[in-house]
Design a protein around this ligand. Structure first.
Ligand code: ATP
Ligand code: MG
Length: 226
């Protein structure tokens, strides 16, 4: 569903990702594991169109490497960046709705997507009217997940979602991802992590990224680092 063919990505003139050649299967829960600075965020940002890419990135069979970033979310791609980037003066619900407005979803579709978000993350409904600036860091991660769900009908990319979450919230977050998986078996999930033990028993496919190169791996390969 998402594949890289001899793809390289640079930021400005600095080459970061090199020789990417792998496929993330449809409907998988893919773990992208790598140390700090390995290139995880750059890989997700490359799918969103925020880097300079040579070679091909194919999404559902279509080469998207030349597509402008603004058009990509409408393909059904949701993205929760590492830093949550919530608009603190807007309410939680307004933050969740923002991608739908940018993608110009009609009112009925927007309502249906919002209901899906509240079904999977009912706690967001309770916080809906609060300014996003007033929620805790962990709750903000949930809001960012909800926002990614609005457009992520085919692919959802979560950049180190468990980073900095207290254990109770990390468990809640993992449960929400399982609910998402149960509700929607077709969606493909990509979750990055520097600590592979967090995704053990969760990921169906594992990719290991080191110094900008990706290898198909297993979480056990990296056990000694956990
Ligand atoms: N804006 C930038 N300009 C130049 N180099 C950058 C930029 N952003 C990232 N890099 C470099 O790209 C490489 C990959 O960084 P990236 O942020 O993708 O790694 P990461 O795996 O997400 O790391 P982390 O676990 O710290 O989030 C690093 O060597 C980093 O220094
Ligand atoms: Mg990163």
């Amino acid at each position: 569903m998402l594949s890289f063919h001899n793809a390289n990505a640079s930021i400005g003139n600095i080459p970061i990702l090199r020789g990417l050649d792998f496929t993330i299967p449809a409907s998988s829960t893919a773990a992208l594991i790598g140390r700090n600075g390995a290139g995880k965020t750059t890989l997700l940002r490359s799918v969103m169109g925020f880097t300079n890419v040579t070679g091909e990135i194919r999404f559902d069979g279509q080469d998207i490497s030349e597509m402008t970033p603004a058009k990509r979310p409408a393909l059904g791609i949701g993205y929760a960046p590492e830093d949550r980037r919530l608009f603190s003066a807007f309410t939680v619900e307004e933050n969740i709705l923002l991608p739908a407005q940018v993608a110009k979803l009609d009112a009925a579709t927007t309502k249906q997507r919002l209901d899906r978000v509240y079904h999977i993350l009912p706690e967001l409904k309770e916080m809906a009217g609060r300014p996003a600036g007033n929620v805790s860091g962990g709750q903000g991660k949930m809001v960012a997940l909800g926002r990614a769900l609005m457009l992520g009908t085919k692919l959802i990319m979560l950049d180190e979602p468990f980073q900095g979450l207290a254990p109770a919230l990390a468990k809640r977050y993992a449960d929400a991802l399982r609910d998402l998986r149960d509700t929607d078996q077709n969606v493909t999930l990509i979750i990055t992590e520097s600590n592979p033990s967090l995704l053990r028993g969760f990921a169906s496919d594992t990719f290991v990224i080191e110094r900008g190169a990706v290898a198909i791996g297993s979480l056990d390969d990296k056990k000694e680092d956990a």
